[in-house]
Ligand binder design. Sequence first.
Ligand code: ADP
Ligand code: ADP
Length: 239
Amino acid sequence: MSLLKVTNLSKEYKGGTKALSNVNFSVDEGEFISIIGPSGAGKSTLLRCINRMIDATSGEIIFDGVNVMSLGKNELRKLRTKIGMIFQHYNLVFRLSVIENVLHGRLGYKNTLDGILGKHKEEEKIQAFKIIDKLGLNEQAYKRCDELSGGQKQRVGIARALIQNPRLVLCDEPIASLDPNASKIIMDHLKSINKEMGITCLLNLHQVDVAMKYSDRIIGINSGKIVYDGSAKSLTREK
Ligand code: ADP
Ligand code: ADP
């Protein structure tokens, strides 16, 4: 059984923009897939439909045997602990420290931000520090996120996703705001959580060369439709 199966997915925004038209693909556990395509192709819309940040217009999304589009509020919260999301602009709480942002991930979007550290069990904090260490952010643990570089901010984004023990991590243009050096560090971390922890990764990327270097499989999207789905190698051959 695949981890994620998207069937005939379409999304039409208010105002009439058809961002996705009958998109079909499935993802097996452990895959590392990049979605590529020009700006406005529908990549971001697709990821946002999968974790229900927005509602698709029609079609079906099955994740881990669950029909994502029919979930109520509480079930959605549970879904989002299994699906981590990483954003181009990090979406951190910038006035809070690294450790607070990472622990906040575990709160599952519900608690108020104040007193986050106080509310956490010791074992949760230990786990958070382990993840921070893995991402090389030890020295930054108590720094406010607005004092970090872009690459460090994105590592916090990854740490915040990881603390929930996700099965799938969705990355919406994770390196689009970073320089090549920071980009490489982020891509290497994503590859390592995939290979070492077995977490399935689905990324939107507009750097085709990066997508081909890191991915097992590439999905090409143009005007809301899948125009390529295959290995990075055969994409090279076609070019
Ligand atoms: P990509 O991520 O590939 O750049 P998007 O999914 O962001 O593409 O956008 C796909 C299309 O949907 C574009 O035409 C975009 O302008 C439109 N779109 C995206 N978000 C919205 C929105 N909230 N409301 C209306 N149209 C949107
Ligand atoms: P970014 O690249 O920083 O993610 P985008 O331009 O893709 O920024 O989108 C920023 C926000 O604007 C998103 O919430 C998206 O849904 C919305 N958006 C994008 N395109 C449109 C559009 N054509 N009409 C309305 N909202 C849009």
